[in-house]
Ligand binder design. Structure first.
Ligand SMILES: Nc1nc2c(ncn2[C@@H]2O[C@H](COP(=O)(O)OP(=O)(O)OP(=O)(O)O)[C@@H](O)[C@H]2O)c(=O)[nH]1
Ligand SMILES: [Mg+2]
Length: 405
C-alpha cells in the first residue's frame, strides 16, 4: 500500500483522453450523477473523488480524472501532473479508449506508467452504441496485455460486465463489511445457537461460528453459546432478553417458534451473506424461489469439497425443501470447490453456501457473474429463511445500518 490514509477501500481510477466518456462511465457504474458530463472536451479538470458502495462489490473510492491528452500549456501540464499523482492511489485502473482513434500514443504512455507500478488495468472501449461495424479488438490486444471490454455508458451496455471485470481484476484484500460488530452495541447479550450434530466437525466449531464469536468479543458483547436443545430452557431462565439471537440456519424454524416475537434474530449464514457477498442480492435471489416451476434447473454450489454425510444441508435438506415447495421433478445440480459451471444460463436460481472458505472477491465474482446473466443468486441461510417464511424477521436487524458505511 502506497498511501496509508486510504485504508483498504478499493481505489478505482479512470483514465483516458478528453471526451472518451470517463465521467459517463463513472455515472453508469454508480448509477448516479457523480461527475459532470458534456460534449465539450476538457469538462473534468481536477480529479473527482467519490466514496461509495459499488454494489455488489462493496465500499470503493472512484476517481474521475482530466483527459490525459489535455497537456497543452502551463495549466495543461499542471492538470496532467495532478492526474499522474492519482496513480499513486490507484488499486485498479480503467483505461478508456476511443474506438475511432488509431494513434494510441496517450494510451500506450499511460499503459506503461500503470504497468510500471504493477496496477491492474481494464481496457474499456466506450460508445459502442455509435459503432456500426465490429471493433477490431486485435488491434488493442496486440498493443496492450490487458482485458478489454466494449461498453456504452450512454446506453448502459455491458456495465454489469465491467463490474464483473473490476472484481476479477481487483486485489483480494479490499475492505469487507463487518460480520456482526456493526449491528450490536457494547455490552449486548448475544445468544448463539449452534447445534453440535453429526454434521459438526469433530472437536471444534465451524468457521462462521468462530468468526462470529471473535467479532462479538472484539466489539465487547457478552456471548453465550448453546445447543438448540437448550434454547427453551435458557430463554426461560434468562432474566433479561438477549439483544440478538444468532442461529444455525438449519434450525431456523425451530428457533423462530421458541423465541419471543420481540427478540431480534438472524443466522450465521445471513451474516455471511453480507460479509462475503451481498445481502440485498441474496434476499432478491431467495424470493425467486416463489417463481420456480416444476421442471426448472437450480444450481446448488458450495465453496469447499467435503464428504456429504446423511442429512447434508446442500445435498439433502435444501433439495428436499425446494422439491416440497416446487415439485418433485425440480432439476437440481451441484457444484463444489472452485468448480463453478462456465455456462449458468440454464439455471433459474443459484443457491450458494456461505462461502466461509472463499475470500470476498471469489464470492463476488460468482455473484457478479450471476447478475450479469440475470440469474437470481442466494445463499443457504437466506433461502432457508425464505422457505420458512421468516426472511423479514431474520434480516430486520440490518435495516437500521447506515448505507455506505
Ligand atoms: N454515444 C455515446 N456517447 C457517449 C457515451 N459515453 C459518453 N458519451 C458522450 O460523450 C461526451 C463526453 O462524455 P464525458 O463523460 O463528459 O467524457 P469525459 O471523458 O469525462 O470527458 P472530459 O471530462 O472532457 O475529459 C458526452 O457528450 C457524453 O454524452 C456512450 O457510451 N455513447
Ligand atoms: Mg469528464
Amino acid at each position: 500500500m502506497n498511501d496509508t490514509t486510504k485504508g483498504n477501500r478499493l481505489h478505482i481510477a479512470i483514465f483516458g483522453r478528453r471526451n472518451v466518456g470517463k465521467s459517463s462511465i463513472i455515472n453508469a457504474l454508480t448509477n448516479q450523477r457523480v461527475s459532470i458530463v458534456s460534449d465539450k472536451a476538457g469538462t473534468t479538470t481536477d480529479p473527482v473523488y467519490k466514496a461509495m458502495e459499488l454494489l455488489p462489490l462493496g465500499p470503493v473510492m472512484i476517481i474521475d480524472t482530466a483527459g490525459v491528452d489535455d497537456d497543452e500549456g502551463e495549466i495543461g501540464l499542471l492538470r496532467l501532473k495532478k492526474t499522474e499523482q492519482i496513480i499513486e492511489k490507484t488499486d485498479l485502473a480503467i483505461l478508456v479508449f476511443n474506438f475511432n482513434v488509431d494513434d494510441l500514443y496517450y494510451e500506450k504512455a499511460w499503459y506503461k506508467q500503470l504497468r510500471k507500478k504493477k496496477i491492474p488495468i481494464i481496457g474499456v472501449i466506450n460508445k459502442v452504441d455509435n459503432i456500426n461495424t465490429e471493433v477490431d479488438i486485435y488491434k488493442y490486444n496486440r498493443e496492450f496485455q490487458i482485458p478489454f471490454i466494449k461498453v456504452s455508458a450512454l446506453k448502459n451496455i455491458n456495465i454489469d460486465k465491467l463490474k464483473e471485470k473490476i472484481i476479477e481484476n481487483s486485489p483480494v484484500d479490499f475492505e469487507m463489511p463487518a460480520l456482526v460488530g456493526d449491528i450490536i452495541n457494547k455490552g449486548d447479550i448475544i445468544l448463539l445457537v449452534a447445534p453440535q450434530d453429526i454434521q459438526a466437525p469433530k472437536g471444534r466449531l465451524i468457521l462462521p461460528q468462530v468468526q462470529t464469536i471473535r467479532d462479538l468479543l472484539d466489539n465487547d458483547a457478552i456471548v453465550i453459546t448453546i445447543k438448540d436443545s437448550q434454547l427453551e430452557y435458557v430463554i426461560k431462565q434468562m432474566k433479561i432478553k438477549p439483544n440478538l439471537v444468532i442461529t444455525d440456519s438449519q434450525i431456523f424454524n425451530k428457533v423462530n417458534k421458541l423465541l419471543p416475537e420481540d427478540v431480534n434474530f438472524t443466522s450465521f449464514s445471513i451474516l455471511m451473506a453480507r460479509f462475503k457477498g451481498d445481502l440485498e442480492t441474496f434476499i432478491q435471489g431467495a424470493m425467486a424461489i416463489e417463481k420456480l416451476k416444476p421442471l426448472d434447473k437450480v444450481l446448488i454450489s458450495e465453496s469447499c469439497t467435503h464428504h456429504a454425510l446423511k442429512g447434508d444441508i446442500a445435498r439433502e435438506k435444501i433439495p428436499n425443501w425446494l422439491r416440497e415447495k416446487v415439485g418433485a421433478n425440480l432439476q437440481i445440480t451441484f457444484s463444489s470447490g472452485v468448480d463453478f459451471p462456465e455456462n449458468i444460463r440454464e439455471y433459474k436460481l443459484i443457491i450458494h453456501c456461505g462461502g466461509c472458505m472463499f475470500n470476498r472477491k471469489q464470492m463476488m465474482e460468482r455473484i457478479c457473474k450471476a447478475k450479469s446473466y440475470g440469474i437470481p443468486i442466494t445463499n443457504y441461510g437466506t433461502a432457508i429463511a425464505y422457505m420458512n417464511g421468516i426472511l423479514n424477521r431474520a434480516t430486520e436487524i440490518f435495516n437500521n445500518i447506515k448505507k455506505g458505511q
